[in-house]
Unconditional design. Sequence first.
Length: 205
Amino acid sequence: MAVVSNGTTIIDAGALGSGVATGKMILIKTLTASNSANLTFHDGTDSVVFDDTYDQYIFKFIDIHVEENGRFLQFQANAVGASGFNETVTSTAFEAYHAEDNSSAGLGYSAAGDEAQGTGLLHLNNGSTDNDNDSCLVGTLRIFNPSSTTFVKHFIVETNNVITAQSDHSFFSGYFNTTTAIDEVKFECNSGNFNGIIKLYGIGV
């Protein structure tokens, strides 16, 4: 016996219907930085999908290691047909941190990490990271419904990085203030090159 709701089969013979969302993450593309200036994901280029195929996209940062001390990993986007990676953004930021020797710890708003209708590159870590081997960055960036031509494009960031023997847990959220679809995202440091892996996933049905 099937269970049907509003024309969609929910369960049939003990199995979920094909139209029921499961939230499965679908790996779209893996890019590896090797002393790279930037990594760019562009819909329709090099097998990248970043369109209305999925309502939510997730970028995962794995062991991002900068080539110079005191650097920030950053990102920006292009609307369809645009260039320059300078979309207008309003965002907010806060961080939690704790030193290895317990000498400092805290939680608070980070004014240096937010934007108020800014068009520059956006931080992915509040505390800078260094180039020694026990420093790196990991985390996620979620962008919601980037192909919408009705609404602005919201995003949420959560990362952790090592800075001078300290764990720095960063949180950012905001929106690209455009109702034009976004189809390209770039990652780079505020200066110098970086190494590591960035994976792009779509949230499937």
